[in-house]
Design a protein around this ligand. Structure first.
Ligand SMILES: Cc1cc2nc3c(=O)[nH]c(=O)nc-3n(C[C@H](O)[C@H](O)[C@H](O)COP(=O)(O)OP(=O)(O)OC[C@H]3O[C@@H](n4cnc5c(N)ncnc54)[C@H](O)[C@@H]3O)c2cc1C
Length: 472
């Protein structure tokens, strides 16, 4: 047993030191609540953490921080969250993307930050749909996704009133599902609205040094506000009297009590910590593989100038748990070098990331030797599927200059975040108000329904505001 927690009782215990957990804890500590954050892993950041291998630093997940707006833009989610956490905008060191593309067989849609380029691209490729597309944009602008009284609606059914082309529907959905849908082949319409705004209307940014810049800003703030953090110290069990959580038992042998508990571990994962059986899911939980290729040089010198490419090779876009180990029909390519970092600021090496849907059970079931050989085989297949959508890209040249390769699978996600089935976007059904069967236990982050780096932080803040600060 290491040193004991500083207190035996806290105003709040926060489970998980990812984006949602850190944001919730900072918000509470800013208002003088005593807060203990407990995290099972040794590194902060959760699904969006970082690690070092052979002297290189890697982001686990970062393609882009969504909701990028120029400094000074008012009334935006990014501005709101920075204000609520009192983090200066400069601390995130965000640079905007160069340009991105949605690539389907024979048709490309391009977009940059701000909406203009996407609208022009739709008008050029689907002239007969542009009126409906414009009406859809107006509908999205007028829609309040945070109205708790709204029923959950299927986006595909809503889009039918605006877009006739199944191809355009799939092309609009592809980036939004990849960057935040926990449901197969669809997304709840309120989530769609949030993602449309954060990706198409606002856009992508990235700190030159990656996600560790965001995490550092959060940790600095957590330290300054007096948040107590306990790493490599998971919650083993949440004890209850049937209606309230009475004690938080930690894996390092200590037990603390708290007025309120905010869990970012996920809905079924939290239910299991309470000794309950997790409720049956409305569909499969989705997970991904990602490959990272590091090479000597800059992508643009090998013919790749875009930031993110969402590709689909099939006649229709299938966003579902694949029967195969990896679904090679679609995916996301990211070149983290291709942001507007400014003169003389650039990553020293080239990075080429490819993400695709994957089958958790397959990867989980492999013995170590087969796991390694399967990773190698699927790495090659994924590069081949992705580079088919990069016509000017000199992949052979990159391969000749390749210095390092890494790949994570659903098994890696589960190991480092404890998300069941390696689920990246959590449960298909979200708990919008964050409440649970226990009066003083609340969910924040992925399973409350806000996803991505910005969304998770906003979720942490709003659950802290609503369930702890507003509650006295
Ligand atoms: C490969 C990949 C790429 C991504 N790319 C992007 C991107 O480019 N842009 C973007 O905005 N988003 C991206 N995301 C999504 C984004 O990372 C997540 O939506 C967000 O980080 C979720 O944050 P969270 O705090 O809700 O959950 P998590 O990050 O999952 O945090 C939960 C934490 O709880 C901890 N925990 C679990 N069980 C326990 C326990 N019993 N006791 C203590 N601690 C526990 C976990 O270890 C974890 O640290 C990506 C995700 C992945 C996996």
């Amino acid at each position: 047993m290491g040193s004991p927690p500083k207190r035996s009782h806290y105003d709040a215990v926060v489970i998980g030191c990812g984006m949602a957990g850190l944001a919730a804890a900072i918000r509470l500590a800013m208002f003088d609540r005593s807060v203990l954050v407990v995290e099972s892993h040794n590194a902060p950041g959760g699904l969006n953490s970082f690690y070092a291998l052979q002297g290189r630093k890697f982001d686990v997940g970062l393609h882009a921080v969504t909701n990028f707006v120029p400094p000074g833009a008012r009334g935006t989610p990014l501005g709101k969250l920075l204000r609520q956490l009192r983090i200066p905008r400069e601390a995130l060191d965000l640079s905007e993307q160069v340009s991105s593309r949605i690539a389907f067989p024979g048709v490309d849609l391009r977009f940059r930050n701000g909406f203009r380029e996407l609208a022009e691209s739709v008008a050029a490729a689907f002239p007969e749909e542009i009126d409906g597309f414009t009406r859809l944009r107006d509908h999205v602008a007028a829609y309040d996704p945070f109205d708790a009284g709204l029923e959950v609606r299927s986006t595909r059914s809503v889009l039918q009133a605006f877009i006739r082309s199944p191809l355009l529907t799939d092309m609009i959905l592809c980036p939004l599902l990849y960057y935040g849908s926990a449901r197969e082949n669809d997304i709840d319409f309120d989530q769609f609205v949030i993602l449309w705004r954060s990706i198409f209307e606002e856009g992508f940014g990235r700190p030159l040094e990656g996600v560790r810049v965001v995490i550092r800003a959060l940790l600095d703030r957590a330290r300054a506000t007096g948040v107590e953090r306990r790493m490599k110290c998971g919650v083993r069990h949440l004890h209850s009297d049937g209606s309230r959580i009475t004690a938080v038992e930690l894996e390092d042998g200590y037990t603390v009590t708290a007025d309120r508990i905010i869990s970012t571990a996920g809905a079924p994962e939290t239910a299991l910590l309470c000794g309950e059986t997790a409720a049956p899911e409305a569909g499969p939980r989705l997970s991904f593989v990602e490959t990272i290729t590091v090479f000597d040089g800059q992508p643009k010198n090998f013919g790749a100038e875009e930031t993110i490419i969402f590709f689909n090779a099939a006649p229709t876009f299938a966003y579902e748990r694949p029967a195969d180990p990896v679904d090679l029909r679609s995916g996301v390519i990211c070149f983290p070098n291709n942001y507007e970092y400014g003169a003389e600021r650039q990553l020293e090496e080239g990075f080429f990331r490819v993400t695709a849907l994957a089958n958790y059970a397959y990867w989980k079931g492999l013995d170590e030797a087969t796991y390694r050989s399967e990773k190698e085989a699927w790495y090659r297949r994924m590069q081949s599927a992705a580079t088919a959508f990069l016509p000017g890209f000199d992949w052979a040249g990159v391969e000749a200059k390749r210095r390092f390769v890494d790949m994570f699978t659903p098994r890696t996600v589960e190991k480092f975040t404890r998300h069941l089935d390696g689920a990246v976007y959590g449960s298909p059904v979200k708990t919008r108000d964050g409440t649970t069967a226990f009066g003083n236990l609340f969910l924040a982050g992925t399973d409350q329904g806000f996803l991505g780096i910005t969304g998770a932080m906003l979720s942490g803040i709003s659950m802290a505001n609503r369930h702890v600060l507003a509650g006295g």
